[in-house]
Design a binder for this molecule. Structure first.
Ligand code: NDP
Length: 442
């Protein structure tokens, strides 16, 4: 790896001060796995109440916590293996259009097969059919959820070690390198576009086909569990699940656009992104539904429909923000934005190979309201699929709070990255669009 690559790696990791970076990396590596288990245990066995968990831990201490940590059983490994292999097969073999990703920092252009919608439809139809025809009951997944999370925690950790070794000994492209620090290399990852063979993209698998797909599969699982136990699905569960499924459908509809975002184009394959998508998404992102299984609130038609409409509106706005930026870039700034010619900045930058390139920055439409306005409807949508749980417990809102912190941090990380990429052009953008996320406030 050249000096410039190493420099850019270091800069990426040191967006915050070095001490804060070390502290947050070590804290996240050591606290996320036990948190997943605690969250599941609280949701499923302690009525979703943090107070119950606190009392339990006070009474039983560390030993009590070790006792609730489920062993990864054979059935858990089987469920994960069947699901993972099924998704990998769909990713490899379902037909899809050839799509090119954005130019990477070392000048490569990754190529993908856009078959996400097909994989999503096939997955849901297969899963629901297995239940409908009595071949496999999804309640088995709910009943072994703790063991599945436990297996995912350990399995994904081993997978991240594999990514670290692969990054050192067999990188798939020149978009790879070490920061010189083993912890950062493991945490942030080494390769931007790791692949197995020529066609199997690891980040598409971890982020989209395993992570995001598991969100839909588990949302449906929670509904089925409630239905099998109570003989009906409460309107709160129906609204929350519908909103999550609309959001995930939007995700797969726009999956090729996702391949242009920070997760894929800037964040390397390491613990942060891959472990996050393999474990954090199936556990934390799905947690409002996990909570609702045992808390079937009856909202009434009027409230349920209002929440549903508000949530769909937020998902639509979030989608439209992403679409606007993507269309603007795809048409080289020629697409109409809110019915008018877009206002823009032509920003030049230098790649790590020293080549000068230009990018367009959109400064009107949603992107003229604030520099990351799309995070507002993203956060609000999460609120709307959680609020059917009402306000008896805080825990179902954990994802909403986590997402808010994640996206505020992400906006800062992205601003810092864009500032160092575009220099004076980014400054011009900030002068023109002064707010980072919430227009008029922040
Ligand atoms: P973006 O899709 O906003 O991508 C940011 C990149 O866009 C920047 O790095 C820059 O890249 C380019 N860019 C920035 N400003 C402009 C502009 N004015 N005009 C044109 N291009 C610009 O970031 P995210 O990856 O954060 O978000 C993508 C989607 O994913 C959003 O809908 C977000 O809400 C969602 N999301 C959801 C999360 C979740 O956990 N639920 C987490 C994160 C995101 P370049 O170098 O190309 O110029």
């Amino acid at each position: 790896m050249g000096a410039t690559d190493a420099d850019s790696m270091k800069k990426k990791e040191m967006v915050h001060s070095p001490i804060l970076t070390y502290f947050s990396v070590i804290t996240l590596l050591s606290t996320c796995p036990p948190f997943v288990i605690l969250l599941w245990y609280t949701m499923v066995h302690l009525d979703g109440s943090l107070l119950n968990t606190f009392n339990y831990l006070m009474e039983h201490g560390v030993e009590g916590f070790v006792n609730i940590w489920p062993k990864p059983t054979a059935i858990a490994w089987k469920i994960i293996a069947c699901y993972g292999l099924f998704e990998a097969a769909l990713q490899l073999w379902l037909p899809g259009k050839r799509v090119e990703g954005p130019i990477s920092p070392t000048g490569n252009r990754p190529v993908y097969k856009a078959n996400g919608v097909a994989a999503y439809v096939v997955t849901l139809i297969t899963y629901i059919s297995l239940w409908w025809f009595g071949i496999f009951n999804p309640t088995v997944v709910y009943d072994h959820l703790g063991e599945i999370y436990s297996a995912l925690i350990f399995g994904s950790f081993v997978f991240c070690i594999f990514l670290y070794i692969k990054g050192h000994v067999a990188p798939s492209s020149t978009d790879s390198g070490s920061s010189g620090n083993i912890i950062f290399d493991f945490y942030w990852g080494m390769e931007l576009y790791p692949r197995i063979g020529k066609n199997f993209d690891i980040k598409v698998f971890t982020n989209c086909r395993f992570g995001m797909m598991s969100w839909a599969v588990l949302a449906v699982t929670y509904c089925i569990k409630q239905y099998e136990r109570d003989g009906k699905v409460a309107d709160s569960m129906a609204v929350s699940t519908l909103l999550m499924l609309v959001y995930i459908t939007k995700f797969f509809w726009w999956e090729a656009g996702y391949w242009n975002t920070m997760d894929i184009a800037h964040d390397r394959a390491g613990f942060y992104i891959c472990w996050g998508c393999l474990v954090w998404v199936p556990s934390i992102y799905t947690s409002p539904g996990m909570y609702l299984v045992n808390h079937p609130v009856n909202l009434g038609a009027q409230l349920a429909i209002s929440i549903l409409i508000a949530g769909i509106l937020c998902i639509y706005i979030n989608y439209d923000c992403d679409r606007q930026r993507q269309e603007f870039r795809r048409t080289n700034g020629k697409s109409l934005v809110w019915g008018k010619a877009p206002s823009k900045i032509v920003a030049s930058y230098t790649t790590t190979k020293g080549e000068t390139k230009t990018s367009l920055l959109l400064t009107s439409g949603w992107w003229g309201l604030s520099r990351h306005f799309h995070y507002v409807p993203e956060i609000m949508a999460a609120f709307f699929w959680t609020v059917p749980a009402l306000f008896d417990n805080f825990l179902p809102y954990f994802y909403f709070v986590f997402l808010t912190i994640l996206l505020f941090d992400r906006a800062k990380r992205d601003d810092d990255r864009c500032r160092s990429k575009y220099g004076k052009y980014w400054k011009t953008y900030c002068n023109k669009v002064p707010y980072r996320i919430i227009p008029g406030i922040y």
